[in-house]
Design a protein. Structure first.
Length: 371
């Protein structure tokens, strides 16, 4: 599977779209928003450049994309309005929205005009003349390579994107192209040791490429706030992110037993995902050497306990996973796989698990400073 060409969140605004099923990511990001805004303010105040470059890597589509840009704009606007008491100071914000090429950028473009207007019209005390100008554009491509001009960025934000690898690790397949991780879609209890090693190797390569590309693009003293899924310690298998994959594996097995999908097809399906540990991330940053870890915060992702609007917790998580996974599942299995059947089964398995014990995926917030 060519991840760069295939992976995208389900576009549009339909019931299975990412726009309608990204509240878990929104809640996760809101829980750590103070870190994003504090860091942004620090960089802005310490540099006050005339032209301030911000990138959002893996911006996707839907309400989360522009919501965080609004928060950043308002934070800088506040600083500028305080400064203006003493001197007329204004600047321009360059906002670069990045995602893979098949992302539904059109839905973001359509929202641009109203979004720009609303930045000034929500509050009577704000006027266009006392506000920074804002220029936004989309930069399609993989964040594992170069995307922006040299030294063009002061602040980089990325939310719930960096746990996606650039590819499924090739070592997961033997010489005949058969998976060595049969019966699992990610590292699971029965995976041979080589599976975790292959995933870790891919993560190390990708993360190093990510840092090397940003090294050229971020100014000295610039910061990156990277929010992504991770794991607690050296063990890969826990009741966090890996458990969500294990339940998806069980849902696939039920479909196989009903003859709805071929077992061989499931055996060869592996996700291009990795939940790194704090130690692995810190080690990768140290080894690469151009950024310094300024802050590392661990946040527990929680879904609301109760059914919301008659939708159970399991169903909400299943819909969120579907909006993220649909493109790569369809690419692998073809249109004959009934996604409704898979994700209904997944939802009911999740509800059974939630009733027994909590599932707690970990979110990491990593603040890096360019040296
Ligand atoms: C779960 S969405 C998160 C979207 C948004 N930041 C949010 O918080 O709601 C993850 C996004 O990362 C993007 N992504 C994954 N790998 C990427 C890569 N190598 N380069 C750019 N974007 C990538 C996906 O296409 C997807 O839109």
């Amino acid at each position: 599977m060519d991840v760069e060409k295939v992976l995208h969140m389900t576009g549009g605004i339909g019931s299975t779209s990412y726009a309608k099923n990204s509240s878990l990511q929104k809640k996760g990001s809101d829980r750590v928003k103070h870190i994003i805004i504090e860091t942004l303010k620090e960089v802005y105040v310490s540099s006050t450049p005339k032209s301030f470059g911000i990138a959002d890597l893996g911006c996707s589509c839907g309400p989360n994309t522009l919501s965080i840009i609004r928060d950043m704009f308002e934070a800088i606007q506040k600083i500028i309005s305080l400064k203006m008491k003493y001197q007329p100071a204004c600047c321009e914000l360059r906002v670069y929205l990045n995602d893979l090429p098949t992302n539904d950028f059109n839905s973001i473009f359509r929202a641009f005009p109203d979004f720009r207007r609303s930045l000034w019209h929500n509050d009577d005390t704000k006027s266009e003349s006392s506000s920074p100008s804002i220029f936004m554009g989309a930069y399609p491509g993989s964040f594992y390579g170069r995307l922006f001009p040299n030294s063009s960025l002061h602040f980089v934000h990325s939310s719930y994107s960096l746990h996606w690898l650039s590819r499924v690790p090739p070592e997961l397949y033997d010489e005949e192209g058969k998976s060595i991780n049969k019966g699992c879609v990610y590292i699971c209890g029965s995976s041979p040791e080589k599976v975790a090693q292959a995933y870790y190797k891919q993560f190390r390569q990708d993360f190093c490429k990510f840092l090397r590309a940003r090294l050229e693009e971020v100014v000295v003293g610039g910061r990156m706030v990277l929010i992504f899924l991770g794991r607690k310690g050296p063990q890969h298998v826990d009741r966090g992110n890996s458990f969500l994959w294990e339940i998806l594996t069980r849902a696939f097995a039920i479909l196989v037993s009903k003859g709805e999908v071929e077992g061989e097809k499931v055996d060869s399906y592996e996700v291009p995902f990795y939940a790194a540990s704090r130690e692995e991330i810190e080690e990768a940053v140290r080894r690469e050497g151009s950024f310094q870890v300024e802050r590392f915060v661990v946040s527990i992702s929680e879904t609301d306990q109760d059914a919301e609007g008659g939708i159970s917790r399991g169903k909400r998580v299943a819909m969120a996973v579907r909006a993220v996974q649909e493109s790569i599942i369809t690419n692998h299995f073809g249109d004959s796989l009934q996604l409704d059947s898979l994700f209904d089964t997944y939802a009911s398995l999740l509800d059974q698990q939630f009733a027994m014990q909590e599932i707690q995926p970990l979110t990491f917030v990593l603040v890096l400073r360019k040296l």
